[in-house]
Design a protein. Structure first.
Length: 156
């Protein structure tokens, strides 16, 4: 799931240029309001003109330390933008519940509690009832590759 949001904020400075600092703060604040930790967001918007249709990317670091990208498109010449996360917001509690539902032995799976941004290479450790654990690595599209987890759940 790519995250699309319209930020209806006056993201412009006093001289009618784009205010990158306001955009960075708005993106970070939106993730935090959804209980997703983000260490930083940096946008190359210094001295950027306000122009409808102009696109650029912002770089971020997730709470897990993974790099992620946000694609930003200016909606108008007033500083209003759409932005889209290149990755997924991931809920490990929901994933743990789905993993439990896919196997007949009903062993509980715990992949953590905190939502996070998943991009290619993000790793999550899941523990299966009985003490075994597996690392789940995320693929290019931000979806989990759970082969290791399935092996230990189905292996006992």
């Amino acid at each position: 799931m790519r995250k699309r949001l319209l930020l209806v904020l006056p993201l412009l400075s006093a001289c009618s240029q784009f205010d990158g600092a306001k955009l960075e703060a708005a993106i970070k604040s939106k993730f935090e309001s959804e209980k997703v930790a983000v260490r930083e967001v940096k946008c190359p918007a210094a001295d950027r003109e306000l122009k409808a249709g102009d696109s650029f990317t912002c770089a971020g670091v997730s709470g897990l330390g993974d790099n992620f990208t946000v694609k930003v498109t200016q909606k108008d010449d007033q500083g209003n933008v759409n932005w889209e996360l290149e990755g997924k917001l991931f809920d490990p509690v929901e994933y743990s519940e789905k993993a439990l539902g896919h196997f007949t032995n009903n062993r509980k799976v715990d992949c953590g509690r905190d939502r996070f941004i998943a991009v290619k290479g993000t790793k999550m450790t899941c523990t299966v009832e009985g003490g075994k654990s597996a690392t789940v690595e995320f693929k290019e599209d931000g979806s989990p590759d759970a082969d290791g987890l399935m092996a230990i759940i189905g292996g006992n």
